[in-house]
Design a protein around this ligand. Structure first.
Ligand SMILES: [Zn+2]
Length: 175
């Protein structure tokens, strides 16, 4: 992380271009500099690069413990507003997002990594996944959104939910 007033000045130039801070309806402060693939801001300074929301947290909230993620209450990856950020473990982050049903990739399944780029490439649905899938479906997620999250074909989720596969588990769920 950077410290010092020069870095700060450079940072704010990439939030507000020297003018008003761009905000959305949720009151997010939006990063206008470069972004990485999933929409997180990237702050480049002195040939080093950090994630903008992590840098903002470091400056305005406090140091980040090793291995911790900085997560967004607002689920807006480009937001750097300190009050919208919180520190958690990676699994806290996922749980929080899934609980709110607003995981970025659930909202934007077309942007989800797919095929060989998917973190679960080659994976199959495991028994442990089934409660999660049923839960997502019961909250209105589409088959394709669920499939994108688990790295499988949409049809796999369709078959599973229709009870063509994993039939014993499916039967229990109906009791
Ligand atoms: Zn925000």
């Amino acid at each position: 992380m950077f410290s010092g007033s020069e870095a700060r000045a450079a940072f704010w130039l990439r939030v507000n271009n020297g003018q008003n801070i761009p905000v959305n309806l949720d009151g997010c402060w939006l990063w206008t500099g470069p972004k990485i693939r999933r929409g997180y801001g990237r702050f480049n300074f002195n040939n080093k690069r950090v994630l903008a929301h992590r840098q903002s947290y470091f400056w305005f909230v406090g140091p980040i413990e090793k291995g911790k993620d900085i997560c967004h209450h607002c689920d807006t990856p480009s937001c750097i507003r300190p009050s919208h950020l919180f520190c958690g473990t990676r699994s806290d982050n996922m749980k929080d997002c899934v609980k709110k049903g607003r995981h970025y990739l659930q909202q934007n399944p077309d942007l989800a990594p797919s095929g060989i780029n998917h973190p679960r490439y080659g994976a199959k649905i495991e028994p442990d996944d089934i409660p999660k899938i049923l839960n997502l479906r019961s909250r209105g997620f589409l088959h394709r959104e669920i499939a994108a999250q688990f790295g499988v074909q949409r049809d796999t989720i369709g078959k599973l939910l229709r009870g063509n596969t994993w039939a014993p588990y499916r039967a229990e769920q109906r009791l």
